[in-house]
Design a protein around this ligand. Structure first.
Ligand code: TXA
Ligand code: MG
Length: 355
């Protein structure tokens, strides 16, 4: 079965995708964050197909997409004032709220947890599809489990062609990293995954918000993940990545000092001048935006990780982004892509060791 590529700009294509979803098939859809792989969240058989197509571990629950806050409230056991305030400010948009489940979605969606993850996406095609289908859509990112999330329809096809009924092509995703996930199911609000809505923005609305340690650190042996997705190696290209912290000059000096230890660099626009001056012409240099522009970094990151695979890179250095504000989401994804391997390049003098 070849995957049918439909255009989000054509109303009859949107209706065809909606009909496939209502019939229990899988459809990939564009959202403002990344492409999602959708199935009817009320149909256990349809949801099971998501886990098979992605090769996703059964204990990793799915986000349920709905067209409005009232639809989200119907899927939660309770929709507290904090959830309503978040919905008023950030929906439609890149925020997922975890709440106790009403039990209405298929059990596989929550992977055995008593909670459900809810989001109203902002992409017009996602909202139109939700309206046309008239059902809540469980949708994880539309990649094979573990690989970088898809930010274009071509990425979805590269991973899932033949495994899903259709992909609705809505062009490249505007944000480029997955939604912020905040849990309102515990004692106090807790950030489980940073994304397009920043921690500061959440705190503006909710007051105190704790940050799950898994945002910036690997789980300890035997530790339970508040968000099961955080325990898997994620977003990773085939190449083994090392994050390098430091100024443009320090990054360049580090790269030069261990040039035999890498076959590609992922860096900022500002790094190119120094690197081109110091490295051989044939060096593979990819950029993911300006050092001072976390939104551009987020938009470009996953496509660049996929390009590394296309180039056949085996070991690459990545200039580490700032973890401040909107940068936290990019930093969080890169930490996982690099299996938490980070080195400091503190001076411009050559460093002798490469991990
Ligand atoms: O932007 C996004 O969130 C995209 C688009 C398609 O909406 N979706 C997405 O889904 O990133 P996925 O499955 O790749 O990531 C969902 C994350 C996982 O880390 C999962 O463990 C967590 O949300 N999650 C889902 N339900 C949960 C629950 N009930 N409790 C805790 N974590 C949950
Ligand atoms: Mg994912």
């Amino acid at each position: 079965m070849q995957t049918l590529r439909l255009s989000a700009a054509i109303p009859s294509d949107l209706d065809r995708a909606a009909a496939l979803l209502r019939a229990g098939e899988l459809a990939a859809l564009p959202t403002e964050t990344v492409y999602g792989l959708a199935a009817n969240a009320l149909d256990g058989d349809a949801v099971a197909k998501i886990f098979t197509a992605k090769g996703r571990p059964q204990d990793n629950p799915l986000i349920v997409h709905v067209p409005g806050a009232a639809d989200a409230a119907a899927l939660a056991a309770d929709f507290p004032p904090e959830a309503q305030r978040l919905a008023d400010v950030f929906w439609p948009g890149p925020l997922t709220i975890i709440l106790p489940s009403s039990g209405m979605v298929a059990p596989a969606v929550s992977a055995g947890l008593p909670t459900v993850a809810l989001r109203v996406p902002a992409h017009p095609a996602a909202l139109a599809l939700l309206q046309a289908a008239g059902i809540p859509l469980a949708a994880p990112s539309a990649n094979r489990s573990g690989s970088p999330s898809p930010t274009a329809a071509a990425h979805v096809l590269a991973d899932l062609d033949g495994r899903i009924a259709t992909v609705l092509d809505g062009g490249p995703c505007g944000i480029g990293v997955e939604s912020t996930v905040v849990s309102l199911a515990g004692e106090s609000p807790c950030l489980l995954r940073p994304g397009g809505v920043t921690l500061a923005q959440l705190r503006d609305v909710l007051g105190d918000v704790t940050v799950s340690p898994s945002v910036t650190a690997p789980l300890e042996n035997g530790e339970t993940a508040a968000s099961p997705g955080m325990k898997y190696r994620h977003y990773a290209p085939e190449a083994s990545l090392t994050l390098v912290r430091g100024s443009a000059a320090a990054f360049a000096a580090y790269a030069v000092s261990c040039a035999a230890g890498w076959d590609g660099l992922l860096c900022f626009d500002e790094d190119l001048f120094c690197l081109r001056a110091l490295l051989p012409k044939r060096s593979v240099l990819l950029t993911y935006g300006s050092e001072t522009d976390p939104a551009a970094q987020a938009r470009l990151l996953f496509a660049r990780l996929r390009e590394m695979d296309a180039l056949g890179l085996r070991r690459a250095l990545v200039h580490c982004p700032s973890a401040d504000g909107a940068g936290l989401a990019v930093y969080n994804r890169l930490l996982r892509a690099a299996s938490f391997r980070v080195v400091e390049a503190t001076s411009c003098f050559p460093v002798s060791r490469f991990p």
